[in-house]
Design a protein around this ligand. Structure first.
Ligand code: G6P
Ligand code: ZN
Length: 542
């Protein structure tokens, strides 16, 4: 029934910021998927007879890998797998299923916001029993194992029916195919005032939710249109496609430009939102105003108590280091804890488990809370809608009021994608070497007060994560941060994060890039971006 297959290790199965991501043809190499999944199982203890959740964002190769993973789970001794129908589970929904059904862990098949298709990206990520991405201790063990693996185990059985809801058998193991939306929609009903949102929509408030042909289509349809009564047409691009219609399923101003343009037009809807390939990212746009993810975190945190799930207040707020400091000012006013972590949702897990943080967010369009252990795109949309329903203000009014209270953190990220890896590394190394000498000096007329290479000391498990981004702080609270992306699949991506704090309400309506122009010039001079990459302009600005 089970067979043991002899294999040879690959040397490139190191999980990145969010699991193993590669081009599909790399995953299609003989034994590549099997080696990685066996390396995951070999790095875990105590799962015999327990439940494993399997689901993905529906991209190309998803269905095949679900079958392989289930057969390997059976051969390795799991007692049951829970699989989303069609192999589909959004990342936050998978996190919820793991928690709700007390699974041992889960395999999430996704390359998030990266394009899909036969020559595009695929990914495999392991999540632990709290529903969150495996911590570095485990991902390092997986990588170590992948370099020495000699065999894997797999059931010698026909494929199970991935589209039939209900129970089946795969050898001795139970396979339970579940509706991917039900558990998640129920959770959302416990957190938000659906009656208030329904009344808002009934009163004529209009919205658009763009699923970018990715996994949130069915979730949006069920929750926004069926349960909240938004008219048909509210959800757009809601049919999940294996190649996302040939687009980047990344909800930013570049890839969701149509939605942005719609919201900027005078006859557009009141509210627009989008989510990414696997449903954990969000884009929030009000009529006439884009809300940066950093601002969204701050505004959601300041108003979260208006939603039933957060009515007793927040324990604390956490953000990744490159995310703007807007949320810090909210935490200060609420007199609650504020935590600054490295990029990667996995770093929030301990803070959430320990009850130290309730809401977390990242500049990379991720916001979420302790309801699951992943960021959650639709959750952010629903919290915004709940706040709008209670406050009866527009997004624009809420933003201006927020800035008047706390000041505005102008913020932008400039990406240099697909640059030569050695040039990118050299840029970082050169800058790192100069850090000790920078404080006290000026560049482009801006005085540097502090410069370091961010290291995180986890207050819960005391682990230390070093080299998490170079930050250069200027007088007055402005800063630039340099970091190499950990999620790309070709070449290197340099991310330059730029932030400027503006307390004066009379200066809260500047154009963002203009407001940051001197800092951008300073960043170029400090790091010699052109010299190291040959580029003088970023490929993407968000
Ligand atoms: C994924 C992770 C996030 C992270 C983002 C950006 O979406 O889940 O936690 O912020 O990637 O990572 P990168 O390394 O590409 O900047
Ligand atoms: Zn994602």
């Amino acid at each position: 029934m089970f067979k043991t297959v002899v294999t040879k290790p690959f040397d490139d199965q190191k999980p990145g910021t969010s699991g193993l991501r590669k081009k599909v043809p790399e995953f299609q190499q003989e034994n590549y998927v099997e080696n990685f999944i066996q390396s995951v199982f070999d790095s875990l203890e105590g799962f015999k007879g327990k439940t494993l959740v399997i689901g993905g964002d529906g991209r190309y190769y998803n269905r095949e890998v679900v079958q392989i993973a289930a057969k390997m789970a059976a051969a390795n001794g799991f007692g049951r797998v829970l699989v989303g129908k069609g192999g589909i589970l959004s990342t936050p929904a998978a996190s919820n299923v793991i928690r709700k059904h007390k699974a041992f862990g889960g395999l999430i098949l996704s390359a998030s916001h990266n394009p899909g298709g036969p020559t595009e990206d695929f990914g495999i990520k392991y999540n632990i029993g709290n529903g969150g991405p495996a911590p570095e201790k485990i991902t390092e063990a997986i990588f170590a194992r992948s370099k020495t693996i000699t065999q894997y185990m797999i059931a010698d059985a026909p494929d199970f029916d991935i589209d039939a809801i209900g129970s089946q058998k795969l050898g001795a193991m139970d396979v339970e195919v579940i509706d991917p939306v039900t558990d998640y929609a129920e959770l959302m009903e416990t957190l938000f005032d659906f009656d208030a949102i329904r009344a808002l929509i009934k009163s004529g408030f209009t919205l658009r939710f763009d699923s970018m042909h990715a996994v949130t289509g069915p979730y949006g349809k069920e929750i926004l249109e069926r349960r909240l009564g938004a008219p048909e047409g509210t959800c757009i691009n809601f049919v999940p496609l294996e190649d996302f219609g040939g687009h980047h399923p990344d909800p930013n101003l570049v890839y969701a430009k149509d939605l942005y343009d719609l919201l900027m037009s005078s006859d557009g809807p009141d509210f627009g939102a989008a989510s990414d390939g696997d449903g954990d990212r969000n884009l929030i746009i009000g009529k006439g105003i884009f809300i940066t993810p950093s601002d969204s975190l701050a505004m959601l945190a300041a108003n979260a108590h208006l939603a039933p799930g957060y009515k007793s207040g927040l324990a604390g707020i956490a953000r990744s280091m490159p995310t703007s400091g807007a949320a810090d000012r909210v935490a200060e006013k609420l007199n609650i804890g504020m935590y600054e972590t490295p990029t990667g949702w996995k770093f929030f897990g301990n803070l959430l488990d320990a009850g130290m943080a309730t809401i977390c967010g990242e500049e990379s369009s991720g916001t979420g809370s302790n309801h699951v252990r992943e960021k959650d795109g639709l959750w952010a949309v629903l919290l915004w809608l709940n706040i709008l329903a209670v406050r009866k203000l527009s997004v624009m009014q809420i933003a201006h009021e927020h800035w008047a209270t706390y000041g505005r953190n102008y913020y932008s990220r400039h990406d240099y994608e697909g640059v030569d890896t050695s040039g990118a590394n050299k840029l970082m190394d050169d800058l790192r070497a100069r850090l000790p000498a920078l404080p006290g000096t000026s560049v482009q007329g801006l005085k540097i007060t502090h410069a370091d290479d961010f290291a995180y000391h986890d207050p819960v498990d005391k682990s230390v994560s070093e080299h998490q981004g170079i930050r250069i702080l200027f007088e007055g609270g402005s800063r630039v941060v340099f970091r190499l992306s950990g999620t790309g699949t070709s070449g290197a991506t340099i991310r330059l994060y730029i932030e400027r704090y503006e307390p004066d309400p009379k200066r809260h309506d500047l154009e963002t890039q203009a407001a940051l122009a001197d800092l951008v010039r300073a960043a170029h001079e400090l790091a010699d971006i052109k010299g190291h990459t040959g580029r003088d302009k970023p490929s993407v600005i968000t």
